[in-house]
Ligand binder design. Structure first.
Ligand code: ADP
Ligand code: G6P
Length: 734
């Protein structure tokens, strides 16, 4: 594997005597990647952190560092300019004003090309090349051009901006196209994935389907992969005697304060250091009892120090600290201890161990690893994390105290709550937080990203890998079947079951595969559902030649739509006879009364009947409603009741999925058939299958089907594998 990032894990400095000294590079990217790479063999291409440093590659423990030199001009235009003067502020909600300069863009392109060339030179045949972050957005496409044989992953550590903001960028198309050179593009959160996919469609015309994009005749996967830390190592560090001793000394040096608040950040305007200082300062000014005997430590690592916006941020913070200390400090006991320094990891861990409250208040942050490091260090289960809603970490660390950093009163109130939180509650919250960080560590992150990248090589092989052996062999046997009918239920099969039936959505991969199957020669596809045809049309979308059958077969979109190349006659509307209509009206009234009596049930009106949904009710209500229906409406002449999973289907016409499937099958001349279903109502369909046909039950429960898979995800796998298998099979043309 080759990792490509703007920075190497170490800043390397050449000494006058020719030797080099190394120091861990700043920032979360290096914190996360360094432990992963130390456990794998590979190469890391990056800048050594100083101008014009020409160094040879060095190898330690199987990891080779390839320094890529940058000239002073390149640092100014590519790194400080386009990367940190244009992209960084633009991608962080334009907290500082992004600047757009054409010569910065030219330098960015030139340096990205050099990174691509170096990667092409270092990567072995068919290697995995993993490119990181906003400084290298053009490298994926540039590298693909040079080395089409390598597998390219791209991960963006910082946020992806809202569409309206991104659209300001004069080079917006080039950047999206550059990223699309990768096989897999990862972001921290799913909102970023959505923003990116929308832009890829509107700006360069990529075809978006779920988590797949197709662009320039290639498929690209996109997804959210929230990054993390080496939680185990961080926790182990926190319990080392020298660290706990240092933590105790820290507190005693501060005069054993009642409460210690900590902030740890790169000195960056995105981090909201001013927000927490303001909140603390105001509480002190108000002599709030919560801050009585409290003190704060703010560590701010020097960062990007030549940029004007960073110089100003530093000045403002230092002015704020000075003012607070001037007003509330005492000799030997400042209200805020401010350290504009970088610390070794063990010393930093001592700060985390010593702190009662960790204040993390960025205005925007891709993830924020500091929050996770604090949690990993709290092996005693104490401590309170105050966390900005606008960090990627907030999506995972729900038991922290979440704040809106733009709401000063809210931050003050939450800081007060944090300082007064009883130990029992601290421990309760910390238990959840620690479990999250322990189970979602950086190793899990890397494994998920790299295995998804591996799957992009051959999605069919990946799908097959996840299927049980007997299902795989059924797929193989259906691949070269002369004529095949693929029938499937909708809920619980194409779409995961959800509490509210209106919120059900099919898995994009399953729908994609159905569509692919439906346009193949000698292959017909039908979705047979209990839902009304109208709903099914909405849910399955523009399904092309996928045939839709609603209300258990009572509503059929017209058989001619199923036969390839035949003119589509359009749907046959369901018409009820006068008697049926009369009966339906009577049913409508009766179930309305039922819904009034049991308000937790949900009704779904269909042209030929009504579905009474019981999901979300209590078992008592379920039994009572079932009893009322079986003793009442079910006894009426002409009414049929089909019990399903947490649903009772009342219908005034005689229809079930068995009749529907058998009808389709005979209209098509009796092709071999595979049917997938999960519900009791699908058993009718399994019941009409002939020898040689394939029935697949999805999920647990008794069934007449011969095969079983576990969930809709596996349905998508089965259909994907079947579509690919039939696609590659040579069929005689009709
Ligand atoms: P960013 O990547 O934007 O800097 P993160 O919170 O994700 O923000 O990561 C910051 C990383 O830098 C963490 O691993 C943290 O431990 C480290 N760090 C922050 N301040 C210091 C410091 N003063 N000395 C050493 N490491 C620091
Ligand atoms: C953030 C970025 C990284 C960057 C780091 C430090 O974590 O996502 O790409 O390396 O900040 O910034 P610097 O400009 O010093 O590399």
């Amino acid at each position: 594997m080759v990792v490509v990032a703007n920075r190497l894990p170490f800043d390397l400095k050449k000494q006058p005597d020719g030797s080099t000294i190394a120091r861990q590079a700043p920032g979360g990217l290096v914190t996360a990647l360094a432990p992963i790479l130390s456990r794998r063999e590979g190469a890391w291409i990056g800048w050594a952190g100083d101008a014009d440093v020409e160094l040879d590659p060095t190898t330690t423990d199987g990891l080779t560092l390839h320094p890529l030199p940058l000239s002073a001009d390149e640092i100014s235009a590519y790194y400080e300019g386009f990367s940190n003067g244009t992209l960084w502020p633009l991608y962080h909600d334009a907290i500082a004003d992004p600047e757009y300069h054409r010569h910065w863009w030219d330098a960015y392109r030139r340096v990205n090309r050099r990174f691509a060339e170096k990667s092409a030179e270092v990567a072995a045949d068919g290697a995995v090349v993993w490119i990181h972050d906003y400084q290298l957005l053009l490298v994926p496409a540039m590298l693909r051009e040079l080395r089409p044989d390598v597998r390219i992953g791209f991960f963006q550590h910082i946020p992806f901006p809202p569409v309206e903001l991104y659209m300001r960028l004069p080079w917006r198309k080039e950047i999206i196209a550059g990223m699309l050179g990768a096989d897999l593009i990862g972001f921290q959160v799913s909102g970023a994935v959505r923003n990116f996919a929308r832009l890829a469609r509107t700006l360069v015309g990529a075809d978006v389907s779920g988590s797949s994009l197709s662009y320039a005749d290639r498929n690209i996967r996109v997804g959210a992969f929230p990054i993390s830390i080496d939680a185990k190592a961080q926790s182990e560090l926190a319990v080392r005697p020298e660290v706990t001793e240092a933590a105790a000394k820290l507190r005693s040096d501060l005069g054993n304060p009642r409460k210690l608040i900590l902030g740890v950040d790169r000195l960056d305007y995105t981090k909201g250091i001013n927000v927490r200082l303001r909140a603390f300062g105001e509480l002190l000014a108000e002599r709030d009892p919560a801050v009585d005997g409290a003190t704060m430590i703010q560590i701010a690592t020097p960062s990007r120090e030549r940029l004007g916006s960073y110089v100003r941020t530093r000045e403002n913070i230092e002015r704020q600290v000075g003012a607070i200390n001037g007003d509330y400090g005492r000799i030997g006991h400042p209200a805020v201890s401010y350290l504009h320094q970088s610390f070794p990891r063990d010393e930093l861990a001592a700060f985390y161990v010593a702190a009662d409250v960790m204040a993390v208040t960025p205005l925007r942050d891709g993830m924020n690893l500091v929050a996770k490091e604090y949690i990993a260090c709290r092996t005693d289960g104490d401590g309170v994390l105050l966390l900005s809603e606008f960090t990627g970490a907030a999506g995972e660390l729900r038991q922290s105290l979440l704040v809106n950093p733009y709401d000063t009163n809210g931050v003050k109130e939450t800081l007060r709550t944090a300082l007064q939180m009883p130990h029992q509650e601290q421990k309760k919250r910390m238990r959840f937080l620690r479990r999250q960080v322990r189970t979602h560590d950086v190793d899990a992150w890397a494994k998920t990203f790299l295995s998804t990248l591996e799957d992009t090589k051959d999605p069919v092989a990946a799908a097959l890998k996840r299927l049980p052996a007997e299902v795989k062999s059924a797929v193989r046997s259906l691949a070269d079947e002369q004529y095949l009918l693929v029938g499937t239920d909708f809920d619980g099969v194409l779409s995961p079951l959800v509490e509210d039936p209106a919120a059900a959505r099919p898995l994009p991969a399953a729908i994609d595969a159905l569509r692919t199957l439906a346009v193949l020669p000698n292959t017909s596809v039908a979705v047979i559902s209990g839902r009304s045809l109208d709903q099914l049309r909405l849910l399955v979308g523009d399904a092309g030649p996928v045939h839709l059958v609603g209300s258990h077969g009572a509503e059929d979109a017209g058989i001619s739509g199923l036969v390839h190349h035949a003119a589509h006659t359009g749907p046959t509307p369901t018409t009820l006879t006068d008697d049926e209509q009369h009966l339906k009206d009577r049913l409508d009234r009766a179930v309305a009364d039922l819904a009034e009596k049991y308000p937790t049930i949900r009704l779904e009106h269909k042209p030929t009947g009504i579905a009474v949904h019981l999901r979300g009710t209590t078992p008592e209500v379920e039994t009572a409603v079932a009893q009322e229906i079986t003793r009442g409406m079910a006894e009426w002449d002409g009414v049929r009741v089909l019990p399903g999973k947490k649903v009772l289907e009342l219908s005034v016409v005689t229809a079930d999925k068995g009749r529907a499937l058998a009808g389709l099958r005979s209209a098509l001349g009796g092709p071999r058939t595979i049917f997938l279903g999960d519900d009791v109502t699908d058993e009718h369909a399994f019941g009409v299958l002939q020898p040689g046909d394939v029935g697949v039950k999805v999920g647990p429960g008794e069934t007449a089907a011969k095969l079983r898979i576990s969930d809709p995800r596996q349905v998508a796998d089965l259909l994907t594998a079947l579509a690919a298998a039939r696609q590659t099979h040579k069929f005689p043309l009709q």
